[in-house]
Write a protein that binds this ligand. Structure first.
Ligand SMILES: NC(=O)c1ccc[n+]([C@@H]2O[C@H](COP(=O)([O-])OP(=O)(O)OC[C@H]3O[C@@H](n4cnc5c(N)ncnc54)[C@H](O)[C@@H]3O)[C@@H](O)[C@H]2O)c1
Length: 255
């Protein structure tokens, strides 16, 4: 893909799943990658995999819902690499067991899920965009959204769906605000993606079949299939895209 070689990219939630695959793909495309996650060992493991493949990576343990930690992480990235060009704001949590219908949802669960999935994205974008503006001057932001931010396709997950709806709103306003500065902002919308937590949930083939019955391609996505779209949106091949939503969902939202 064009324009990724020697760029500096930061990826949140990169210890696992979609974020890990995106960090590795950006490194394959020639980016130097900061791997951010509250799972410090997992972040280190992703950075080690990138280095083993001759890439350059920096692992940082950071909870995206803590402004102090996020601010410090972006300061460290700029100190280490001298610049930031690309932010992939991806860290998120899902708790089918604790999330609920609105009249049964404890506020503490709402606060926790919205705190990571929406406030965490706001904080990552706040300090990530500031770092891009102060160093590279222009760049690209990719946020991980969800079909649940657009439809009620995951019932009884009020906090998760609301947080993702918020991420979609955040991205649109950011896209308009930062277009004059040359910072593009887009959302990748993964469908049912076989990341570790999802693989555990659908280990039973009957549960898997039930999950994929309404997906036209009749299967879940591999994280690498989402990572390709993330790299594309971050690259110069997407130079005329901002404020867009790229669905990588096997046709789920086409129905
Ligand atoms: N897997 C799917 O089917 C699917 C579908 C649509 C959207 N998404 C979204 O994709 C993103 C990645 O999810 P995934 O499926 O790869 O899950 P995952 O659990 O494999 O990865 C999420 C990563 O985020 C990290 N993380 C969680 N909370 C954090 C915090 N407070 N600070 C820093 N790191 C934190 C985790 O440690 C983990 O490494 C999430 O935003 C999720 O909502 C996933």
């Amino acid at each position: 893909m064009r324009g990724l070689k020697d760029k500096i990219a930061a990826v949140t939630g990169a210890a696992s799943g979609i974020g890990q695959a995106a960090a590795k793909r950006l490194a394959e495309e020639g980016c130097k990658v900061a791997v951010l996650d509250w799972n410090g060992d997992g972040a280190q493991a992703t950075a080690d995999q990138i280095r083993k493949a001759d890439g350059e990576a920096l692992a940082l343990k950071v909870d995206v819902s803590s402004e102090d930690q996020v601010e410090a992480a972006f300061r460290t990235i700029v100190e280490k690499f001298g610049r930031l060009d690309i932010l992939v704001s991806n860290a998120g949590i899902f708790s089918g067991a604790r999330d609920n219908k609105v009249d049964a949802l404890p506020k503490a669960v709402w606060d926790e899920i919205v705190g990571v999935n929406l406030t965490g994205m706001y904080l990552s974008c706040k300090h990530g965009v500031a770092a891009i503006k102060a160093t590279a001057g222009k760049g690209a932001v990719v946020l991980t959204g969800s079909p649940t931010g657009m439809s009620g396709c995951t019932p009884a997950n009020i906090a998760y769906g609301s947080s993702k709806g918020g991420v979609h709103g955040l991205s649109r306003v950011m896209a308009v605000d930062h277009a004059p500065e040359g910072i593009r902002v887009n959302v990748v919308v993964p469908g049912f993606t076989l990341t570790p937590i999802v693989r555990e949930l659908v280990a039973d083939p009957k549960v898997y079949e039930w999950q994929v019955q309404n997906i036209p391609l009749k299967r879940g996505a591999e994280p690498e299939e989402i990572a390709g779209a993330v790299a594309f949106l971050a690259s110069d091949d997407a130079s005329y895209m901002t404020g867009s939503f790229m669905f990588v969902d096997g046709g789920l939202t086409a129905i």
